[in-house]
Design a protein. Structure first.
Length: 52
């Protein structure tokens, strides 16, 4: 019975750490997408003049 309890503790710890790691990685991916968003209200740049 003691071996079963020790094994369950190890499995629980492994699952908790795995869940934490997945949460960190998905959090990084979401915040990275927000930083790359562009401002849609920015004025367009005028075309380069060809007159010299």
């Amino acid at each position: 019975m003691v071996k079963v309890i020790a094994t369950m503790k190890r499995l629980f710890t492994l699952m908790a750490l795995l869940g934490l790691a997945v949460g960190i990685f998905t959090g990084c991916n979401q915040s990275g997408g927000d930083m790359k968003s562009t401002d849609t209200n920015a004025p367009a740049t005028p075309p380069a003049s060809t007159n010299n």
